[in-house]
Design a protein around this ligand. Sequence first.
Ligand code: ZN
Length: 476
Amino acid sequence: MNPYSALDRSERRRRHRRNRRIIVAAELTAIAAVLAAGGIFVGKKLTGGSPEQTATATVPPTPESSSIITADTTAPAETETTAPSPAADLLAQANRLALGYDYDAAIALLQNDAEAAALPEIQEAITGYEAVKASLVRTPISQITHVFFHSLVVDNSLAFDGDEDEAGYNQVMTTISEFEKILQALYDKGFVLVRLHDMAYETTDENGNPVMKAGDIMLPEGKTPFVMSQDDLCYYPYMTGDGFATRMIIGEDGKPACEMKMPDGSVSTGAYDLVPILENFIQEHPDFSYKGARAVLAFTGYEGILGYRTAASYADSETYEQDRAEAAKVAQCLRDNGWELASHSWGHLNLGTVEWERFKTDTDKWEAEVESLIGPTDIILYPFGADIGDWRPYTTENQRFSYLYNMGFRYYCNVDSNPYWVQLGDTFIRQGRRNLDGYRMWKDISAEDPSSRKLDDLFRSEDIFDSDRPTPVPEM
Ligand SMILES: [Zn+2]
């Protein structure tokens, strides 16, 4: 049977619409629950946090170091116009690393070439990087915010066209214009993208047991680390024709790109979603990414990933094998470019409440159908933001946690509207995520009580909100 038959498609549309309605309701419940708990973990010292984690070295940047930063910013352009020398080339490479806050790598690169390292300009650069490095500040991981998005709306007139899907898009999606403004606003405020794996990492304790430790995120004073993620990077069939990209591909430059089927039936390649837009932004602003960090991308499995119909239910499709091979290549390209890949469950289930047997089969199906394509991952972003426990640290008594832990998961993210909610346990880390979508921005804009606004630490929603959106954005 043709998996693209009208019957299947409408069934899937129904199922997904229902899912999305539940998403929103559950996210609101989760937010309300945390608010009711008095945001008890916000800013609080967390289990396993080391004393060093809160100690910060606040050495003001020396005049030399700031002049070097300024000079370095223009260095690559200068080297192109003057006669290229091996030293200039090396300095440009080191500069690129330093712009991404990897001063150790920049210094190592310069010291590696013994001949070059003897040159005065190289020695000066090393001294400069060392001075900047000495002035860096450690951010406590308990104060790191995490923002997330769904597929971006490319064509507002198709997404907001009054059809049955409009309300859902208006609530949980973000438009490209909004996303670009958000990136600029975050950049202007000094936000710097970090990986979840920068926040904490797994190592072994003195007895050889696995243990999670807080990472050392070292940034210049005035810079603020944050994590970004994107959910449901699957380009579900129900979105076709509604103004979204249709799949991800590897572009001619070897970077991830998007394809989009246009209303006239042609297929266009371009920056039609978060991944290529953020890639381009970081190319222009390398100081927006800490040591090459990109966002976390989360996949369900029931319709396949990245716009490829890789789910087992499509096994009879003529393009099934090719879709699986292509999706795996794109996933590898994403990893190679610094993106972190994550589970969003196979069937977009509420993993906190779904019955136990289904929890297990769903998790196994994700491993069989998605992890087999994208490779091992230790991150799970809960569908609906619905956690598998309350705010107290997970224990092995929690059989859902134990199951996910044994599948290799160490990073667990729910949804929470507070600026930050981070819990470092002995064997895991949990973080709350904030939805930057039409629903959340409209809540800020229409708030009667200014103290209920949630996004002002990031941007003013009035400056971002797309005027193409129907208002009011409907309640979930
Ligand atoms: Zn989702």
